[in-house]
Design a protein around this ligand. Structure first.
Ligand SMILES: C[S@@+](CC[C@H](N)C(=O)[O-])C[C@H]1O[C@@H](n2cnc3c(N)ncnc32)[C@H](O)[C@@H]1O
Length: 234
């Protein structure tokens, strides 16, 4: 008898919790496995890969930073900071009253950025280990979210964009630099490695509560897009 009673109670609890807290459909992984190389990376090896001449992003790094027109006091999030290429350049621009959040899902990269920042005296850098679906930044704390060569690594783009939206101040900017994916022009590697082309990326970002502002014309194998956060209708 008590056995039947217990089972009935359990069933009642299960049904009532399902009614009270309906399971939210989790976004499907858009590209399983794309971040496997960053699970246990050799930091120095990736420095050689990301911070080398011949990589357009590296060759044009100063133009990229200049185009952001960073002011002392600006709070910028370097999302997918990697080896810290841009974090190191942003830090002196935003100064002691500003802040650079160096965000990455790779613990090795985050630990090394934290170490390098300490060694270089970049006191305004805060290294953040995030999750593949959330940037883990404070609410409405960021002026500029900067995503370089990382959007195509987002496994949960809509959920991640929602977390970026929450972290940006009203009117805050989102910058996306990523590979052009053009049939007949882009390399086979880009065609298979990069999930979406520029038009699809703009659509996804607009759907997440951002207004497309303009495209900067300083890169060739990559595009450079500027968005502004807008209010989402509730
Ligand atoms: C190709 S690297 C680019 C690094 C750096 N932005 C650069 O251009 O030198 C992509 C980086 O994004 C990180 N990443 C992938 N998905 C991420 C996510 N959802 N949030 C934050 N970082 C992510 C990876 O760990 C990796 O460090």
């Amino acid at each position: 008898m008590s056995h039947i009673y217990k089972n009935c109670c359990l069933l009642f609890l299960l049904i009532s919790s399902a009614l009270l807290f309906p399971a939210q459909a989790r976004e499907q992984n858009a590209y399983p496995g794309i971040n496997l190389p960053f699970e246990n990376p050799d930091f120095e090896e990736w420095v050689q890969r990301f911070e080398r001449e011949g990589r357009e992003i590296y060759d044009r790094r100063h133009e990229i930073v200049d185009s952001l027109d960073l002011k002392p006091g600006t709070v910028i999030a370097d999302i997918g900071a990697g080896t810290g290429l841009f974090t190191k350049l942003f830090s002196p621009k935003v100064g002691v009253n500003g802040k650079v959040y160096a965000v990455d899902i790779s613990k090795v990269f985050v630990d090394n950025i934290r170490r390098l920042s300490r060694e270089m005296g970049l006191d305004n850098v805060e290294a953040v280990l995030n999750t593949p679906d959330d940037v883990k930044l404070p609410y409405a704390a960021v002026d500029i979210a900067f995503i370089c060569d990382t959007y195509h690594h987002f496994e949960y783009p809509q959920t991640t964009l929602a977390s970026i939206h929450r972290s940006l101040r009203l009117g805050g900017e989102l910058i996306v630099i990523d590979y052009r994916k053009l049939k007949g022009t882009s390399s086979n590697w880009v065609m298979s490695h990069v999930r979406a082309d520029k038009a699809a990326v703009i659509k996804e970002i607009e759907a997440a509560g951002f207004e497309f502002i303009e495209e900067e014309d300083i890169l060739r194998t990559n595009y450079f897009l500027r968005f502004r956060r807008i209010e989402l209708m509730s």
